[in-house]
Design a protein around this ligand. Structure first.
Ligand code: KG4
Ligand code: ZN
Length: 345
């Protein structure tokens, strides 16, 4: 079966073809970063319009690359939510129209389920069950995953997502949008321990997290530096890099401590890390070194939004259950809504 996957939840248009016998055979991505950069963040209306422009050419490029035509597609999977309403509607409209024209099923996919299953696209694939740490721009959650469709929420951020904290902190430091990845590069040159920021909810005893206070700690440090440095409103590079390092140390310490707690609580030994912040070098290094744990990451290019994870999740649904047809989008859609019972059910 050949599944076309469509991702359009935010500022990336992703299209991919997953063959249930062969695996991923084509994927194309267009990022809107350059378009949104001058506004300092994603402009939803521009995002929707750009998705509309890109979907057909990206799909044609995928098909052409592997010598297939529209008629070879057996099902169309698309991101139904969560995400920006208009951006989701662009992908949903395209997916539903194409599936209708081809007389093939359409499979709505939860964006976070796509991220969570994306490590299965790599060479080093996890077996079930595993603990998933979803760390994206919009979500930071621990899930117990027993199989495809069997997910239980273990804990989550009570305020900002980790990626959001990276981006907001980067903005505070005057870095260009999207600042998360750049902040993590600057942290490489920062000296550990020059600043001291809090590790919010580290000892809360549960698997919930909080990242909004960290941003405030950075703001306080930045204001202090500026007040002391009356000749210039710019933070010296070395101090900026030190702030990046301490900020990243704090996020990574919270995530890795809670990940160990989640593994202990579930008695699982596999940890899967997915979502944009999963591209972070320090998080990868730290989680790869956790004792008695087999840690899995998606291939680097599938950490951030992409069509391959949606095509793959769609293919899993197609093999497991009857596809659900329905033309609607769910801009707000907790992953826990598509799941099971409290752990351990
Ligand atoms: O999963 P994703 O592409 O989109 C959402 O579903 O939100 O994640 C994007 C997030 C952004 O907040 C971005 O700053 C963050 O992932 N990110 C990083 C890195 N690369 C991307 N955060 C920290 N370190 C990175 N290297
Ligand atoms: Zn995402």
């Amino acid at each position: 079966m050949l599944v076309l996957g469509i991702e359009s939840s935010c500022d990336e248009t992703g299209v991919a073809l997953y063959d249930t016998k062969v695996g991923l055979i084509a994927d194309e991505l267009h990022t809107q970063i350059a378009m949104h950069a001058e506004y300092g963040g994603v402009v939803p209306e521009l995002a929707s319009r750009d998705h509309i422009r890109r979907l057909v050419p990206l799909t044609q490029a995928c098909l052409k690359k592997v010598g297939k035509s529209y008629a070879d597609i057996d099902a169309v999977a698309f991101t139904q939510g969560p995400g920006l309403g208009g951006a989701l509607l662009a992908g949903a409209s395209f997916a539903n129209a194409l599936a209708f024209a081809l007389g093939k099923p359409v499979i709505p996919v939860h964006h976070l389920e796509g991220h969570m299953l994306s490590p299965l696209l790599g060479d080093h694939k996890p077996d079930f069950p595993f603990v998933a740490l979803l760390v994206s721009g919009g979500h930071t959650q621990f899930m117990a995953v027993k199989g495809v469709g069997q997910y239980t929420l273990l804990g989550e951020s009570v305020d900002d997502a980790a990626g959001e904290a990276f981006d907001k902190t980067a903005k505070l430091l005057g870095l260009p949008y999207p600042g998360g990845a750049l902040l993590s590069e600057l942290a490489k040159q920062g000296r550990p321990g020059v600043f001291t920021f809090p590790r919010p909810m580290l000892h809360s005893g549960d698997l919930n997290m909080s990242f909004s206070g960290l941003k405030t700690a950075v703001l306080t440090a930045v204001n202090k530096i500026k007040a002391e440095n009356t000749s210039s409103q710019v933070i010296p590079d070395d101090l900026r890099n030190d702030i990046c390092r301490e900020f990243q140390d704090a996020v990574v310490e919270v995530l890795s401590t809670k990940a160990q707690q989640a593994l202990k609580q579930t008695h699982y030994s596999r940890l899967v890390v997915a979502g944009g912040v999963g591209a972070n070098w320090q998080l990868r290094d730290t989680l790869n070194q956790l004792p008695n744990t087999d840690t899995f990451f998606p291939p680097m290019r599938f950490c951030t939004d992409n069509g391959a994870m949606i095509a793959f999740a769609g293919a899993m649904h197609l093999q497991q259950a009857k596809p659900v047809a329905g033309f609607n989008v769910k801009p707000r859609w907790p992953l826990s809504d598509i799941v099971s019972s409290p752990f351990p059910a």
